[in-house]
Design a protein around this ligand. Structure first.
Ligand code: SAM
Length: 312
C-alpha cells in the first residue's frame, strides 16, 4: 500500500501511488473501447507513460494481439514501467522506451491509437505535442487523451462545502494563480482539459468526441476498501509532509510567476496547510467523508488523410 516513489524527484512521483490504480471504472473503460472501436486496434502508443498506469487500463479492453508502446522522457519511469510489465509477465505486449512527446522517436503513420493521460497538462506547448502525436498516428487512426480541469475539481471537496467562504476563495485563488504561473514558466497548465477539444479541431482532427470520466473516488468511514484506504492514507501523508498539490517550493514559485504577491503566499499556504491538517484529523477520528469527484475530460479525434501534422 502507499506510494513507493514518494518524495522521489522524478516528475509526478507524488502521484504514482496506489490511488492511481482506481482512477477508472472498468465498465466505463469498456464503454470507451466500444465507442472508439478499439477491437480494430493493434499498435498503441502511450505518450508520457510514467510507470504505465494508463496503458495498463487500456490493455484491459484492447484486443490480446494489440501491442502497447510506452514512451516517457524520464529514463527512471521507463525502467520502472518495464519492470512492472515484466513482473506481470507482459514484457512482449507492453514495451517502454525513452522519448520526448514533442519529438516522438517513431516514423509517421505508425500507430492505430496514440494516447496520453495527464501529460498535455505538463507540456510547455500542448499544440506541438499534439502535432507530433498526430504525425505518428496512421491516417484514419485515433488520437485520444485524458486530461483534467483540476481547478474545477478543487471545488469538489467536503472542506469546500463547510469551510468559511473567504478560506475557500483563498485556496481557489492560490490554485488559479499557481496554474497560470506554472503555464507561464513553461511547465504546462493543470486545467488544460478545458482547451483540448479546440486544440484537436485546430490540428485538423475529425469526428471529435468529448466525454467525462465517470469515476468518483468516494470516501466513507470506516474506509474499509483497499481503494478508500489508499485515498485516506495519501491525504494523511500529504498533510504529514506538508505537501499540497505541489511542494511548498514549487507552489511558491508558481504562485509568484502567476502574479501572486509575496505576502499573500504565506497566508495562502498557511490556509492550505490548515485545511489539509483538518482533513487528516477528521480521517484519524473517522469522521471524514467525500463524494470524491474529479473533472476528467476524455477527448478523441480521428486523423484524416488531410490532417495537419506539423508540416512533416
Ligand atoms: C502525470 S504523469 C502521467 C503518467 C501516465 N500517463 C499516467 O497517467 O499514469 C506525467 C508523465 O509525463 C512525462 N512527461 C512530461 N513531459 C513529457 C514530455 N515532454 N515528453 C515525454 N514525457 C513527458 C513525465 O515524465 C511523467 O511520467
Amino acid at each position: 500500500m502507499g506510494n513507493e516513489f514518494v518524495e522521489h524527484t522524478s516528475h509526478s512521483a507524488e502521484y504514482f501511488g496506489d490511488t492511481r490504480d482506481s482512477w477508472w471504472n472498468p465498465d466505463y473503460v469498456a464503454l470507451l473501447a466500444r465507442r472508439w472501436r478499439l477491437d480494430h486496434v493493434r499498435e498503441v502508443l502511450d505518450v508520457g507513460c510514467g510507470v504505465g498506469h494508463w496503458g495498463r487500463v487500456l490493455g484491459g479492453v484492447l484486443p490480446r494481439e494489440a501491442r502497447i508502446t510506452g514512451v516517457d522522457r524520464d529514463p527512471f519511469w521507463v525502467e520502472k514501467a518495464a519492470e512492472r510489465a515484466a513482473a506481470r509477465g507482459e514484457s512482449e505486449r507492453f514495451r517502454y522506451q525513452v522519448g520526448l512527446a514533442e519529438r516522438l522517436p517513431f516514423e509517421r503513420d505508425s500507430f492505430d491509437l496514440v494516447t496520453c493521460q495527464t501529460v498535455m497538462i505538463h507540456a510547455a506547448d500542448p499544440g506541438a505535442m499534439l502535432a507530433d502525436m498526430i504525425r505518428v498516428t496512421r491516417p484514419g487512426g485515433l488520437v485520444a487523451v485524458a486530461e483534467p480541469n483540476n481547478v474545477a475539481g478543487a471545488l469538489l471537496d467536503t472542506a469546500m462545502v463547510h469551510a468559511p467562504v473567504d478560506e475557500v476563495l483563498t485556496l481557489v485563488r492560490m490554485q488559479l494563480l499557481c496554474e497560470r504561473g506554472k503555464a507561464a514558466l513553461g511547465e504546462g497548465h493543470n486545467s488544460l482539459g478545458e482547451l483540448v477539444p479546440a486544440l484537436f479541431a485546430e490540428r485538423g482532427l475529425t469526428d471529435i468526441q468529448v466525454y467525462l470520466n465517470d469515476k468518483a473516488n468516494v470516501v466513507l468511514p470506516p474506509y474499509t476498501s483497499a481503494e478508500q484506504r489508499a485515498t485516506v492514507e495519501e491525504l494523511s501523508d500529504f498533510a504529514r509532509r506538508e505537501f499540497w498539490i505541489w511542494s511548498r517550493a514549487d507552489t511558491r514559485r508558481y504562485f509568484l510567476a502567476g502574479g501572486g504577491e509575496e505576502h499573500a503566499f504565506e497566508s495562502s499556504w498557511a490556509a492550505a496547510m490548515a485545511a489539509s491538517r483538518r482533513t487528516a484529523e477528521a480521517i484519524a477520528k473517522g469522521t471524514y467523508s467525500s463524494a470524491g469527484g474529479t473533472v476528467g475530460y476524455i477527448v478523441s479525434g480521428r486523423k484524416s488523410p488531410a490532417a495537419l501534422n506539423d508540416g512533416t
